[in-house]
Design a binder for this molecule. Structure first.
Ligand code: SME
Length: 150
């Protein structure tokens, strides 16, 4: 099963119409994403809660670590740089935080609000190697903009 980003965009827009609470939006988006694609083994948000600090937000999958400083992991790299991180092989990524041994590849995207401030990162981990590509980066970036920067 592969995600249809155009379809999910419509579903999410309908489900979240009039909602502006970030955690409510994150929980709804994670649920829609996680069940839409076999590649998604862990799907969740880490929220910016203080200077250079990410804390776990809504997620689906086995339990994730509670805190990730900006200095650590793929999530930290996305938060630091403000750039999408596409990691084909997590074992080749220096500083990757292994929460599940089954994770082989991942994509992490920065999440900005309407003012352009970084509020979170979206982390999707896969138990398949090289699971994600530019189509996922573009599709997910669009969903994040539509949901959090409106
Ligand atoms: N993918 C992360 C950590 C895994 S989670 O806590 C689910 C990273 O290295 O940033």
């Amino acid at each position: 099963m592969r995600i249809d980003y155009a379809q999910i965009a419509k579903t999410l827009a309908a489900l979240t119409e009039g909602e502006d609470d970030p955690v409510a939006l994150m929980a709804t988006m994670v649920c829609e994403l996680h069940h839409a694609d076999d590649r998604f083994d862990w799907t969740g948000f880490y929220r910016v809660t203080g200077p250079e600090m990410l804390k776990i937000g809504p997620y689906q999958g086995s339990h994730g670590c509670l805190q990730i400083p900006f200095s650590r992991g793929v999530c930290g790299a996305a938060a630091r740089s403000g750039e999408v991180q596409l990691v084909d092989d997590v074992h080749a990524f220096d500083g990757h935080i292994a929460c599940a041994n089954s994770t082989l590849s991942e994509i992490v995207l920065p999440v900005h609000d309407a003012s352009g401030a970084l509020i979170a990162v979206l982390d999707i981990d896969s138990d398949q190697p090289s699971a994600f590509g530019e189509a996922d980066s573009a599709g997910l970036s669009r969903l994040l903009r539509q949901t959090f920067a409106r």
